[in-house]
Design a protein around this ligand. Sequence first.
Ligand code: OSB
Ligand code: MG
Length: 368
Amino acid sequence: MKLTGVELRRIAMPLVSPFRTSFGTQTTRELLLLRVVTDEGEGWGECVAMSDPVYSPEYLDGAADVLRHHLIPALAAVGPLEAHIVAPALARFKGHRMAKGALEMGFLDAELRATGRSLARELGSVHDRVPCGVSVGIMDSVPQLLDAVDGYLDEGYARIKLKIEPGWDVEPVRAVRERFGDTVLLQVDANTAYTLGDARHLARLDPFDLVLIEQPLDEEDVLGHADLARQITTPVCLDESITSAQTAAAAIRLGACQIVNVKPGRVGGYLEARRIHDLCVAHGVPVWCGGMLETGLGRAANVALAALPGFTLPGDTSASGRYYATDITEPFVLEDGHLQVPTGPGLGVEPLRDELAAVTVSTEWVPA
Ligand code: OSB
Ligand code: MG
């Protein structure tokens, strides 16, 4: 394939309800979509960076800038391209994994569409549907939280993840256990809101039989997570700290995580995400597919990844309706707690023209 150019499209999608985490509250999901145009057809990439660098160092304007000035020109200078050449061709640029991952996703989609292969088959999926969890934001009150959880359980979600922070941890967990019982798969995500000094406090979550606690400490505090893991019985899972197969291998060796959250954008793309899956399988470490409030495009790819054999826990691959009243693709709908894995060529889904136009803020053509 020869790159013709990339269209950078900024979109803004209103969320059905505010999503509050320890790093802030989102009411609208701003996103960057990439339409990768080649001589053999087009593909779609979704950059999961957020408007502000509060989850990771990347942010939308920064991602657009590095794509426009560094990543796309570097790929334009490479001869014939295939998706698996994208990451090595961009390796001399440090970081910017979300931007790189979006570009690789666009090439993967284009290449697979051109040859009639589905992303799920390409990655090695073994299931035609995947069980889904839901990430529940911090609320103003416990009754409000219980209402939200009740609604999600009614819809059929197979697992509940509560966002926590100091002041919103033991009580909401206790309340959910008391109201919904011990059989609900329940886990928590702190998004780095604690320090190792909070170990005794976090041990108060031990009696609630949580599936895991996700990223309690700073993303660079891998040793701290290893120390914490020895002081609590809830399994420690890393999200922000796992930026590559290499950092995953180190975290596993150090005992910093018993479980891994894989987010393709965070680790530079679906091919690196698969390597992390393979690494975890080799170590007997359960993995699950995280989410970044994706549109139907990113969701299609996440669901394909989540169908690999090592993804033994339900992911944050919720239905479109959990986030958006109107998605930009045909919506993903929960059936019996599962989402269907797309089978069509590439991502297996496409943006709907009018829905995409309605949320578009700006477009920019970056020629190769
Ligand atoms: O830490 O997993 C996280 C959303 C945005 C940024 C970080 C995270 C999240 C979520 C929601 O928890 C996952 C989803 O449903 O897409
Ligand atoms: Mg997380």
